[in-house]
Design a protein around this ligand. Structure first.
Ligand code: PLP
Length: 375
């Protein structure tokens, strides 16, 4: 049995949605995108949603709309490098904070506070693996210290935490809908906000600072456009928006299925491999984007991955720490992030995975670990 890391839940509904767009003759940003944005703003209960060409584009627009140029912005190192790269493009200096612990691998009020300087303007929270356990504390810290809270909620589509939905805790939330995400459009992203000035700026910069779109001009809403800011082309296509609309209908079920599979993983792993650490309390709300576990100290992760692959099971590492990449290396040490990154192993997870595959992954992991100890 070959078990990939993830699989898409696309079917005839996404196919139909794409065909409808192709046959309509209008494939660049237009009415489907507006419908998708309306569906997203109702899901999150926010005033505005803005669809983009990628999650990186959503982050860049969120950052640009907040004028972070010349300021320091605190973020985790345990993230995909896009969270940091987009900050640099927006002219800000990324300052990496450590995660709270191996059990709660998120930045928190405790780990962020010591990184604040007079130049700090914002904090970017990443809902790693779909969790938001430290978000409320971080929101309070940001409020007390006059800092903007931004969420990179790429892992947390539709996640509901006690204090609100992922993406709604700060001034703006950015999401990626890349192929492997719980909500997927292949490539794509969106941002959500209640602030009219952020929405207006992000919307302008999404399309070269132009005051109207091709669709609006075609519909006779505007005759000519002006250019009032220096923007880029970060627009989604109607094809992406149509897939997003179809896929959004499955999100709640997708997240629920993943939740059940993660409970099963937890139970089977506790029995078979009690030395493997499973981050986050079992009842913490999450969208369960990925299922990372920490291998016991002394186990050779590379060897475990090779053995698992031989037995047909794909794994990954979320993430190599960003502060250790050549471009960001400046001597910063983040001991908990570093230990986490050295020991973490991401096991396969997707909504349609099925209980049998979960059991097989645990069995394969057990075999691989038993022959991969450094001793
Ligand atoms: C936490 C995080 N931020 C940002 C991104 C970037 O999104 P995209 O690949 O859609 O540009 C991703 C996705 O891969 C991500 O996981």
């Amino acid at each position: 049995m070959r078990i990939p890391l993830f699989d898409l839940n696309w079917d005839e509904e996404e196919e139909r949605a794409v065909l409808e767009v192709l046959r309509s003759g209008w494939v660049s940003m237009g009415p489907k995108t507006e419908e998708y944005e309306d569906a997203l703003s109702s899901l999150y209960g926010v005033r505005y949603a803005l669809a983009t060409s990628s999650g990186t584009a959503a982050l860049l627009l969120a950052y640009l709309s907040l004028d972070l140029k010349g300021y320091e912005v605190i973020l985790p190192s345990l993230t995909f490098v896009a969270t940091a790269n987009a900050l640099v493009f927006a002219g800000a200096k990324p300052v990496f904070a450590d995660v709270l612990s191996l059990e709660v691998p998120l930045i928190s009020a405790e780990t962020v506070e010591g990184r604040i300087t007079p130049k700090t303007k914002a904090v970017v929270f990443v809902s790693y693996a779909g969790y938001g356990d430290t978000l409320e504390g971080l929101r309070e810290l940001c409020r007390d210290r006059g800092l903007l809270l931004i969420e990179d909620a790429s892992h947390a589509h539709g996640a509901e935490y006690p204090g609100g939905m992922a993406g709604t805790f700060g001034v703006v939330g950015a999401f990626s809908t890349f192929a492997n995400k719980n909500l997927s459009t292949g490539e794509g992203g969106y941002l959500i906000t209640d602030a009219p000035h952020i929405y207006r700026r992000a919307r302008l910069l999404r399309s070269h600072g132009m005051t109207s779109s091709s669709w609006e001009r075609l519909k006779g809403k505007e005759e000519m456009y002006d250019v009032v800011d220096v923007g880029l082309n970060l627009r989604p296509s109607e094809i992406q928006a149509a897939i997003g609309l179809a896929n959004l209908k499955k999100l709640r079920r997708e997240n629920e299925r993943r939740r059940k599979l993660v409970s099963l993983y937890r139970r089977l792993l506790a029995e078979a491999l009690p030395d493997v650490l499973i981050p986050f309390p079992p009842d913490s709300p999450s969208s369960h984007y990925i299922f990372p576990v920490l291998l016991p100290k002394g186990v050779d992760r590379g060897e475990v991955r090779r053995r698992m692959l031989e037995m047909g099971v794909y794994t990954s590492v979320h993430y190599p720490p960003v502060h250790r990449f050549a471009i960001y290396r400046d001597g910063t040490r983040l001991p908990k992030t570093e230990e986490y990154s050295e020991r973490v192993l991401t096991l396969p997870l997707w909504g349609n995975m099925g209980e049998e595959r979960v059991a097989r992954v645990v069995e394969v992991l057990k075999r691989a670990v038993s022959t991969s100890s450094r001793g």
